[in-house]
Write a protein that binds this ligand. Structure first.
Ligand code: ACO
Length: 148
């Protein structure tokens, strides 16, 4: 599958600050993230390049229209196996339905596979289960959480 003309799948960069923060508001509460907060966090992610893999899809205008994070967990079990975790998938409301979400998930999954992960997991709401099913994921187990 290819992206529409002019759209690019790439790593997150500092100049994405405004549109990255704006895009994630489609997913959940973001709060007040200053450029200083963003710079510090991006520097932190970039200091751990084996763990954090933040990606975006940008529009022909260079604006972030989709986000996705791949975390690669280095485990002891499965002979020090690697597990990919997909987080923070968000497609701008006006860009939904163009297969950008599908492109983001299948790309992050391929990166995880190339990296050597033996599986990729994610949590989602029941409303999005059909979308992840179309991206090749199957339901296994149930999510448990404690909130503070
Ligand atoms: N339920 C069932 N099927 C869906 C859904 C859904 N909620 N959303 C899309 N699909 C289908 C599409 O119809 C399409 O099917 P087709 O191939 O038969 O035509 C296929 O899934 C691919 O759809 P895309 O166009 O790639 O979907 P889109 O780019 O709109 O992205 C997404 C879907 C990510 C759920 C988007 O609507 C979104 O950002 N929603 C708000 C934020 C959100 O809920 N993010 C997911 C959080 S979970 C996480 O981060 C791990």
């Amino acid at each position: 599958m290819t992206l529409p003309d002019g759209y690019v799948f790439r790593k997150l960069k500092l100049s994405d600050y405004s549109s990255y923060v704006e895009n994630l508001k489609v997913l959940t509460t973001v709060g007040n993230i200053t450029i200083e907060n963003f710079t510090k966090l991006l520097n932190y992610w970039e200091s751990l390049p084996d763990l954090y893999h933040p990606y975006v899809i940008s529009s022909p205008a260079g604006v972030v229209v989709a986000t996705g994070m791949l975390l690669v967990e280095h485990k002891l079990i499965h002979e020090c196996g690697l597990v990919g975790h997909i987080e923070d998938i968000s497609v701008s409301t006006s860009e939904q339905g163009k297969k950008l979400g599908y492109y983001m998930i299948t790309s992050l999954t391929s990166i995880a596979k190339e990296y050597g992960c033996y599986k990729v997991i994610l949590d989602c709401s029941p409303e999005n289960a059909g979308f992840y099913g179309k991206c090749g994921f199957k339901q296994c187990g149930i999510e448990m959480s404690t909130r503070f």
